[in-house]
Design a protein around this ligand. Structure first.
Ligand code: ATP
Length: 302
C-alpha cells in the first residue's frame, strides 16, 4: 500500500533542470535508499517534496493530502542535513514547541526521549550538545508527531559507530512499526545493511532498483572436468539449467548450489572452488554511474 505519491515533480535552478518530471510512490513501512553523486539532486528532491522549494510542476501527496496543505506535515517529517536548532534552548524546549503545535502531551515527549535515549541531556541547552547529540534531538523531533513518512537527508554524517548502529536500529524499528523512510546517504555500506530498495538519481531522473544483495547472490563453481570432457557434456544429461561464465566457471543460484555440486561430483569432476559472487551496492553504484571499466548490463527501471 502506498502512503506517499509524487507526480511529475520538476525543479529548475536557472536553466538547469535538477528534477525532470520525477514520479514515484512510497509504500507503507518501506525503507528506501536514495543515492547519487554530489549535486545529483537528492536534497533538492526532498526539499521539493516538502514544499521548501518552489517547483515548476508536479504534486506531492501523503494519503491524498497535498504538501500545500499544512496537514501534510502531520504525516511527513524531515531530518535535514543541516542543523536548525536554537542554541539557547534545551532539547525539551524544542520538543515542547512541536508538541504544542500538534496538541501532544508531556507523555508523548517522554516516550520519544526514552526511545531515542536523550534523557540525560534533554534539559540542557543545545549549545552544550555534541554533533551526535544534536542529531539525536533532531531524530526525536522527527518522530514526535508519529509521522507516516520520514525523509532523512544524510542522517549518518558525523555519527560515531555507536550512534550509527543505533540509528540503523531505529530505522529498522520505525519501518517495522509501519513508518516509511526515504534516506539519502553517500555511505553505501550502511545502506546495504538497511534495505534492498535503492533509488538512483541521474541527470534529474530517478531510477529504481531492488537489489539482490549478498545473501542471494549466485555462486560460482570452479571445476576440473574428467579428461576429455566439456562442461557442456557433463551438464547435458542433468535437469539443472546450465550457465557458464566467460572464464569457464559454472554459476548456480543459492538454493540450487548443492544440487550442482552433487551432479558434478557424480560425473567425476573435481570441485576446485565454490564462491558466492560479491556484487555489492558499491559495484552496482559504479556500474550505474559508469565508473567501472566493464559496465554491467544490469537493468534499472525508471
Ligand atoms: N539554491 C540553489 N540555487 C542554485 N542551484 C542550486 C541550489 N541548491 C542546489 N542547487 C544545485 O542543484 C543541484 C542539486 O543539488 P542538491 O543539493 O540537491 O544535490 P545533492 O544530491 O543533495 O548533493 P550532495 O550529495 O552534495 O548533498 C546542484 O547542481 C546544485 O548546485
Amino acid at each position: 500500500m502506498s502512503v506517499l505519491t509524487v507526480n511529475q515533480l520538476t525543479k529548475k535552478y536557472g536553466k538547469r533542470k535538477v528534477l525532470q518530471g520525477i514520479s514515484f510512490e512510497i509504500p507503507k513501512g518501506e525503507v528506501i535508499g536514495l543515492v547519487g553523486p554530489n549535486g545529483a539532486g537528492k536534497s533538492t528532491l526532498m526539499r521539493s517534496m516538502l514544499a521548501l522549494e518552489e517547483v515548476e510542476q508536479g504534486s506531492v501527496t501523503v494519503q491524498g493530502v497535498s504538501n500545500q496543505n499544512p496537514d501534510f506535515f502531520k504525516y511527513v517529517s524531515f531530518l535535514p542535513s543541516d542543523n536548525y536548532l536554537y542554541m539557547q534552548l534545551t532539547g525539551h524546549d524544542h520538543l515542547a514547541f512541536i508538541a504544542n503545535i500538534y496538541g501532544l502531551e508531556q507523555q508523548d515527549i517522554d516516550e520519544v526521549v526514552d526511545k531515542i535515549g536523550i534523557r540525560s541531556y534533554v534539559n540542557q541547552p543545545v549549545k552544550s550538545y555534541s554533533y551526535g547529540m544534536r542529531q539525536h534531538l533532531l531524530t526525536a523531533l522527527c518522530i514526535l508527531t508519529k509521522p507516516l513518512v520520514i525523509l532523512m537527508d544524510e542522517p549518518f554524517n558525523g555519527l560515531d559507530p555507536t550512534s550509527t548502529i543505533e540509528l540503523k536500529q531505529l530505522i529498522r524499528t520505525l519501518s517495522a512499526e509501519g513508518i516509511s523512510i526515504l534516506v539519502s546517504t553517500h555511505n553505501l555500506d550502511i545502506l546495504e545493511d538497511l534495505t534492498k530498495t535503492i533509488w538512483f538519481i541521474k541527470e534529474g531522473k530517478l531510477f529504481k532498483a531492488t537489489i539482490e544483495l549478498d545473501g542471494n547472490m549466485p555462486y560460482e563453481i570452479e571445476v576440473i572436468l574428467p579428461e576429455g570432457c566439456t562442461l557442456n557434456q557433463i551438464m547435458s544429461n542433468s535437469t539443472l539449467p546450465f550457465n557458464e561464465t566467460e572464464n569457464g566457471l559454472l554459476t548456480a543460484s543459492t538454493h540450487a548450489v548443492e544440487m550442482y555440486l552433487e551432479w558434478l561430483l557424480k560425473k567425476g569432476s573435481k570441485i576446485v572452488r565454490v564462491q558466492q559472487s560479491d556484487a555489492n551496492l558499491e559495484k552496482i553504484y559504479m556500474d550505474f554511474y559508469g565508473l567501472n571499466a566493464e559496465t554491467s548490463k544490469k537493468e534499472f527501471e525508471e
